[in-house]
Design a protein around this ligand. Structure first.
Ligand SMILES: [Zn+2]
Length: 240
């Protein structure tokens, strides 16, 4: 059964931190979605692949994902050669998403950059009928980008206010990665006490752009079609 959305990140937790609220919202609207992590995060400073896999499954259940799969493209050196690109192409063909969410192909983390690049290319190539993999050709309607660490001005923002608690719960599932008082594991950007507040600060900023408490902003290769521009900008200037 095809999914409406496939969210493809480099590491377990990339998706929750960037588009978790949007996925929970899509779920509430009755859409099906799956999550694909291109790596198991085996080179992550904290936790083990087993711990991260269990955390990732729990987070996916909290968001309401239909499935979560892991590819093995190599954490800390994510590969995007032809062989690996074909694996991504075949996953897209197998799940037949209408929309694919993936990292914007520009970030401080090379794995995020490479994930955005390989997924962008794979989404296009997946539609080439004469290119053979295990599943028939399928091209998603659009590749949609979320920013990971570096900010990029969003082209559109989804109101996730009603789903912020679900996203918080999904993020908290990644216990090994985030701040734990008394933990003797090495510190990372994610494990700093302020990290989750920084993530929410971005959601606050994106929310402010559309006049709601929490938003998730995105970019896409082609702009979204707006059916009612009046409704799309309703409430932007309260009092007028
Ligand atoms: Zn990551």
């Amino acid at each position: 059964m095809p999914v409406d959305v496939l969210a493809i990140g480099a590491h377990p937790d990339d998706i929750e931190l960037t588009c978790g609220g949007t996925l929970a919202r899509l779920r509430a609207l009755g859409h099906r979605f799956g999550i694909v992590d291109l790596t198991a995060g085996e080179l992550g400073t904290r936790g083990t692949p087993e711990i991260r896999a269990a955390e990732a499954q729990k987070a996916a259940e909290i968001l309401g994902a239909d499935f979560r799969h892991t590819l093995d493209l190599g954490d800390g050196g994510l590969r995007r050669g032809r062989e690996d690109e074909l694996k991504v192409i075949d996953v897209i063909r197998r799940e037949k998403p209408r929309i694919v969410f993936t990292p914007y192909p520009d970030d401080r983390h090379p794995d995020h950059r490479r994930a955005g690049q390989v997924v962008t290319d794979a989404c296009f190539y997946a539609g080439l009928r004469k290119l053979e993999t295990a599943h028939p050709a399928h091209r998603p309607q659009q590749t949609v980008y979320f920013s990971t660490f570096l900010p990029h001005p969003p082209q559109f923002v989804v109101d996730v206010t009603a789903y912020i608690e679900v996203r918080r719960a999904a993020m908290r599932a990644f216990e090994s990665q985030f701040h734990t008082p008394g933990s003797v594991e090495p510190q990372t950007i994610l494990s700093q006490e302020d990290f989750l507040a920084w993530v929410e600060a971005r959601s606050r900023e994106h929310g402010a752009l559309i006049g709601v408490p929490f938003g998730e902003g995105f970019r896409s290769i082609r702009p979204p079609r707006i059916d009612d521009p009046i409704k799309a900008f309703e409430g932007f200037e309260p009092g007028f």
